[in-house]
Ligand binder design. Structure first.
Ligand SMILES: [Fe+2]
Ligand SMILES: [Fe+2]
Length: 178
């Protein structure tokens, strides 16, 4: 893939931070780059604008955790617009979850739908392949700790468990004293 069409995006903190984010049990950055590579290959075949398709691919799942399966396309499309991307990029992103969400209205949108599905399968096969060596679970654990979204969930779960343990031990102590 010719990275020059997305060099500015690849250096952007909103994209580089995805190296620490968990998505499909792999680093989100890996997923974004897989979609970008597939989009780069598919765009000429599908008569789409390669630059628009690849830029949309790099941004298509930013802030995806703030939405659902059907709504996160709209959230990422808004992020792309806030980053100064043209309308065509947001239009492609908004429908990338089709058929779970709106139907694409542009060729670049269709490229993203196909590339995202292909990349999701690659994410899965990469994760399953890494189970044999233990790499996948190691990476997943690291990402759960480094991803603010999951780290806060883990911290909340730990707090709840600690409170539960304390409550149970106090309860037992109370019972023993009576
Ligand atoms: Fe997505
Ligand atoms: Fe995706």
């Amino acid at each position: 893939m010719d990275h020059s069409v997305v060099a500015d995006l690849l250096a952007h903190p909103r994209v580089t931070e995805t190296r620490q984010h968990l998505h499909h049990s792999v680093p989100k950055h890996d997923h974004l780059m897989r979609v970008a590579r597939y989009s780069y290959l598919l765009a000429p075949w599908m008569g789409a604008d390669r630059r628009i398709a690849v830029r949309a691919a790099v941004l298509h799942d930013l802030d995806s955790r703030l939405g659902t399966l059907t709504t996160h396309g709209a959230i990422a499309a808004r992020v792309a617009a806030e980053l100064g991307e043209p309308q065509e990029v947001s239009e492609a992103i908004v429908s990338h979850m089709y058929p779970f969400g709106p139907r694409p209205t542009t060729r670049e949108g269709w490229v993203l739908v196909v590339a995202d599905k292909m990349a999701s399968l690659s994410d899965l096969s990469s994760f399953v392949g890494g189970l044999l060596t233990g790499r996948s679970l190691r990476v997943r654990k690291q990402l759960c700790a480094s991803d603010p979204f999951y780290a806060s969930r883990v911290a909340r779960r730990r707090r709840r468990m600690l409170i539960g343990r304390l409550w149970r031990s106090r309860g037992r102590a109370g019972l023993a004293a009576s």
